[in-house]
Design a protein around this ligand. Structure first.
Ligand code: MOS
Length: 720
């Protein structure tokens, strides 16, 4: 086949539709408020009742008793189900928190009851009447620094290359610093929400807000011990996920239990104050980074050791994720410790691992460049590696990190920067410039799709989700390109478990993987049509199929050709290290009187293979840059160590960046072709856009003020 030949040309190398800045095909539905989100499926579900959750008010221990009599007698209440009435539900894959059932409390605001009533207000009022007696567990430890000190140097490192201690001992220049990143919340706009119809206790239909349809279906099947074929899951519109909606959460579980109890569909959205501790978050990290370099700036050793927390079995936040692959070095030691804590489950959030890891590593690189007396752009360029530094046998499929730095420095005017901190003034503002590198893996997942002709249009079905990323649009572009149509000739049907299983939206693998599946299905349809016509390799253009002297309209084959399913993914995963690269350049102003920090200018340069749609890709990257401002300057889940929970329960207390915080943002795509990464020679950008942003800001703050902050968020008090 043409499409997996890394050196070969394929259809898309002379593309008409793919690579064009097509506007979102779902945009009008969203901006007119007519896209039906999970909680709003009045169109398809009749007779919905309202569910409301009750959460534990201790962080760990057990429930001695619950009294739901008053709640059951309250107006409008149809059912109350407490956790004590349900066997502990199963856990699925990395979803390590038990979502409901049994008397054990693992974390604060774990769901312990669901009330179903005729109105939302009645359900909420009755939920407040449930009385709970707890047996709290022994006092728990929430000190990640203490845990790090205890664990440092113990256990098996994930990566060891050469003798890093010897390299540090003999190096001309060394660095040894500690860095801290706080726990972060996904803080997506749309809360976790589901309507579940499990009225008959057998077949379950779930309208939900989730990134991964098949994972969701399998997790529900495991939780409730039913055949996955009895479950249908739909999630056609998602108001943000950021990794929080990769996994089944208790909105769907409680709605299902409520629905079975009352014999009617039940809808349940997690209230915002409940989300912060009931759902997952990005774990805080403690990181120690030691660097060794020659006088010429070549790194000879990188030692990165980090700790994060999670519930038993959880993965925490592996802040060392990028370190084995990013900078070339003779020796390396990389280790991540996961500390069990009686806190809500820590799990994936946008660029899990790299986002936090680069917040530290890229500040360390800035510090090291200064020690060496080198420009921080030059220092990074000197330490580029075209092979996997932790496995030099393995080349990168495509790596243009140096070009990102060069293009960025040029476009940003980096040469104008003052290398000495605190020297650049604009009135009362101290002005600083910072740079950081970006690395994020480029996973590819198997992804399936179906192509068929219906009502004169090409229809493509896949369970892929669009979490605001533009999946509808890029998939329609690929289908249109493959069959010689325009985007408007294609109907995309997404995010329904009745369709072929896709990669889903996660790990920035969605775009590269799901387009491969749609491409494969459309190629299979082309082959069927060629067979039907009895010709070889007909041309598909302008809605026509052209072969030799004959020409037929594509829509003619409707009724003659059945739907075709296909599944596809890249085949070269183990021979090559696949990743995306970037460089972030930032200008900040720090007010000399108040210490207020304003980001004034941002530039990202991204190396992500083919850009399928520059408009939706840019939107992903500026979204990441925006999230990076929050990560650098304000986002911080405040840990209450007395109660074992995060105290900021809403978007007033947990501060994400808002419009007024966002300056001019510019994005440059190298728009190369990575023929190994995916059939479309594309890689993801959605997580890359966040990676390194916060460090570039912290480095710019240092350049402005001379104050080096190693504990995020970088707040005014830390500059005093
Ligand atoms: Mo991403 S954190 O894998 O949705």
């Amino acid at each position: 086949m043409l499409f997996n030949d890394p050196a070969g040309q394929n259809l898309f190398d002379r593309s008409r539709v793919v690579g064009q800045p097509h506007r979102r095909i779902d945009g009008p539905l969203k901006v007119t408020g007519t896209a039906p989100y999970a909680y709003e499926r009045h169109d398809v579900v009749q007779g919905q009742l309202y569910g409301y959750p009750v959460g534990s008010t201790i962080s760990h221990g057990r429930i001695a008793s619950m009294n739901a009599e008053a709640a059951r007698a309250a107006p409008g209440v149809r059912a109350v189900v407490t956790t004590l009435e349900i066997e502990p539900l199963g856990i699925w894959n990395y979803n390590v928190a038990r979502l409901f059932g049994g008397d054990v409390v693992e974390h604060y605001h774990q769901a312990i009851a669901v009330v179903v009533a005729e109105t939302f207000e009645e359900a909420r009022a009755a939920a407040a009447l449930i009385e709970v007696e707890y047996e709290p567990g022994d006092p728990a430890e929430y000190d990640l620094d203490a845990a790090f000190q205890r664990l440092e140097g113990t256990g098996e490192p994930g990566t060891v290359v050469g003798d890093v201690e010897a390299a540090l001992d003999s190096a001309a220049v060394t660095l040894d610093q500690m860095y801290h990143t706080p726990s972060e919340s996904h803080a997506m706009m749309e809360p976790f929400a589901s309507i579940v119809d499990w009225s008959n206790g057998e077949d379950m239909t779930v309208w939900t807000s989730n990134q991964m349809i098949e994972w969701n279906r399998q997790a529900l099947a495991t939780n409730f011990d039913i055949d996955p074929d009895r479950i249908r899951v739909e999630s056609p519109y998602v108001g943000g996920g950021f990794g929080g909606k990769l996994w089944l959460r208790c909105d769907a579980v409680l709605a299902a239990i409520g629905s079975r109890a009352v014999g009617a569909p039940v809808k349940l959205a997690l209230p915002r104050p409940f989300i912060m501790n009931n759902s997952t978050h990005r774990s805080a990290t403690v990181q120690r980074i030691r660097l060794a370099a020659n006088e010429d700036g070549k790194l000879t050793g990188i030692w990165h050791e980090a700790a994060s927390h999670s519930l038993p079995g959880g993965r925490g936040e592996n802040a060392t994720a990028q370190t084995p692959y990013f900078y070339g070095t003779e020796t390396m030691r990389v280790q991540h410790h996961v500390v069990e804590m009686a806190l809500p489950e820590a799990s994936d959030m946008r660029a899990p691992g790299e986002a936090s890891g680069l917040m530290a590593l890229e500040v360390a690189m800035d510090e090291m460049a200064e020690k060496l007396g080198m420009d921080p752009v030059e220092f990074r360029k000197v330490n580029d590696s075209q092979v996997n530094p932790s496995n030099p046998e393995q080349p990168f499929s495509d790596r243009n990190f140096v070009e990102c730095l060069d293009r960025g420095a040029e476009a940003f005017g980096w040469s104008e920067r003052s290398a000495t901190p605190g020297e650049n003034r604009d009135g009362a503002w101290m002005v600083g410039h910072g740079v950081a590198g970006a690395y994020r893996g480029a996973l590819v997942m198997p992804s399936g799709a179906r192509a068929l002709l219906e009502n004169g249009r090409l229809v493509t079905e896949t369970d892929m989700t669009d979490i605001g990323t533009g999946s509808y649009t890029i998939l329609a572009q690929v289908a249109a390109e493959t069959l010689g149509l325009e985007v408007d000739d294609v109907e995309m049907r997404l995010a329904n478990s009745a369709y072929p299983v896709s990669s889903g939206s996660g790990g920035q693998f969605g775009a590269a993987s799901s387009t491969a599946g749609v491409y494969a299905a459309c190629m299979a349809l082309r082959e069927r049509i060629a067979e039907r016509m009895g010709v070889e390799d007909p041309e598909f253009r302008d809605g026509q199929v052209v072969a030799g002297g004959t020409e037929r309209a594509l829509s003619d084959f409707e009724g003659e050709i059945d739907a075709v399913d296909a599944i596809e993914w890249g085949e070269f995963q183990s021979e090559y290290q696949m990743a995306t690269f970037g460089a972030h350049f930032v200008e900040v102003g720090v007010h000399s009187g108040t210490g207020e920090i304003r980001v004034r200018r941002m530039l990202a340069v991204c190396d992500s293979g083919r850009i399928l749609n520059p408009r939706t890709a840019r939107s992903q990257v500026i979204g990441g840059m925006t999230m990076g401002i929050g990560g650098a300057l304000s986002e911080d889940m405040a840990l209450d160590t007395e109660r074992g929970m995060f105290a900021n329960h809403d978007l007033a207390g947990y501060e994400v960046a808002v419009h007024a915080d966002i300056p001019e943002q510019e994005v440059i795509f190298l728009d190369t072709l990575d023929g190994i990464a995916s059939p479309l020679k594309a890689k993801g950008v959605g997580e890359l856009g966040l990676c390194g942003v916060a460090a570039a800001i912290a480095n710019a703050v240092y350049n402005a003020t001379g104050v080096r902050v190693r504990d995020y968020p970088v707040t005014t008090d830390k500059l005093l």
